[in-house]
Design a protein around this ligand. Structure first.
Ligand SMILES: Cc1ncc(COP(=O)(O)O)c(C=O)c1O
Length: 382
């Protein structure tokens, strides 16, 4: 059966060149980067090379990159690490309702420790309201954490504007850029961002590796204590093959790849909106990521559609990978104030560089058939 993978916001396939770059570090170059002998130095050099590649891409300094086990850990380090280190200044944090679960749950955990968190609302496109942010800032606010691009609907937040407001108020600004890294412009210095979360598996790199980029001079506490790796901020033997793969994945991600992905997204979007009735595109119509398109198909259940497509070898999802198993309505779509039937009929398609125009056309052809089939048996007619 033909297999068309359109769930690249959950994870992407590993690029062959990335695998090739990683393999020697599983085989012959297996040294521990903390060892002082040649094999240790070889591993250390490989890690430092990736640090430089990432620093260059973000206009940051190499010693501002702290490798972690992924986006979840980096977000936890940013939020809890800033909260614990700055509690003398204040215990108030601002975030927003459509953040990834790892940001929301890190904040909820801090609430149990006596911190206060403001969850800002978003508009109907999922964009955070700047005036609400300004109103929420208090004397004891120590951190604002607003994601760059949303993982369910792709909406891009005005992070430069937010960073400026934070700077003016002497508050740290963190952004979760797991979905947008290497796809949207992101400049640590120019945008005056204090902390950026990134990971490798959303850009054809390996799973289980990410980084928190921390502006020099930021007051932050480590969450893991041990041998003092990663400038004392993340102890534990470094995942050398993963870090090498991360570097390669960043190196080969360029504007042509982004444009290719954007064209695939637009082709699927145009065909769906033209050829299927009673469909709405969720998220911002323009300010959205090249790799995500989320639609509500009225009159049907998103899960039923995902399963029907699955049986035809087309893989997509109803919400983010981590919450889709719960069968609860998406917190992101709820925040957009969609009607219950719009939330129920929502499906996310997300694109990677391995996808082709033929795959998109096949997916839309099957989708048209399956939407029609489901609508025939649906008790609710749009
Ligand atoms: C926006 C966002 N933040 C954080 C994460 C978590 O990253 P990881 O899977 O590397 O822990 C993801 C991906 O699942 C994501 O999409």
């Amino acid at each position: 059966m033909k297999r068309v993978y359109l769930d690249n916001a959950a994870t992407t396939p590993l690029d062959e060149a990335v695998l090739e770059a990683m393999l020697p570090f599983f085989r012959e170059k297996y040294g521990n980067a903390s060892s002082i002998h040649e094999m240790g130095r070889e591993a250390r050099e490989a890690i430092e090379k990736t640090r430089e590649i990432i620093a260059k891409r973000l206009n940051a300094e190499p010693n501002e990159i702290v490798f972690t086990s992924g986006g979840t850990e980096a977000n936890n380090l940013a939020i809890k690490g800033i909260a614990l280190a700055n509690k003398d200044k204040g215990k108030h944090i601002i975030t927003q309702v459509t953040e990834h679960a790892c940001v929301l749950n890190a904040c909820r955990w801090l609430e149990k420790l006596g911190y206060e968190v403001t969850y800002l609302p978003v508009d109907k496109y999922g964009v955070v309201k700047i005036e609400e942010l300004e109103k929420a800032i208090r004397k004891d606010t120590i951190l604002v954490s607003i994601m760059h691009a949303n993982n369910e609907i792709g909406t891009i937040q005005p992070i430069q504007e937010i960073a400026k407001i934070c700077k003016e108020n002497g508050i740290y600004f963190h952004t979760d850029a797991c979905q947008s890294f290497c796809k949207e412009p992101l400049d640590m210095k120019k945008m005056e961002i204090d902390l950026i979360t990134i990971n490798a598996h959303k850009l054809h790199g390996p799973k289980g590796v990410g980084a928190l980029v921390i502006k020099e001079g930021t007051k932050i506490t480590p969450l893991l204590h041990g041998g003092g790796h990663e400038f004392g901020l993340r102890s534990g033997t470094e995942n050398v093959p993963g870090i090498v793969g991360f570097g390669k994945a960043v190196e080969i991600m360029n504007s042509q790849v982004v444009e290719k992905i954007r064209k695939l997204r637009d082709r699927l979007t145009d065909r769906i909106l033209k050829e299927i009735e009673n469909v709405r595109l969720n998220g911002h119509p323009e300010k959205r990521l090249c790799s995500i398109a989320n639609f509500s198909f009225l009159g049907i259940e998103g899960e039923s559609l995902v399963l029907r497509l699955d049986s035809k070898g087309i893989y997509c999802s109803t919400a983010s990978a981590c919450s889709s198993k719960k069968l609860e309505p998406s917190h992101v779509l709820k925040a957009l104030n969609l009607k219950p039937e719009e939330i129920q009929g929502a499906v996310r398609f997300s694109f990677g560089k391995q996808n082709s125009v033929e795959e998109i056309d096949y997916a839309v052809d099957v989708l048209k058939e399956e939407v029609a089939n489901l609508r025939k048996i649906s008790p609710y007619q749009p």
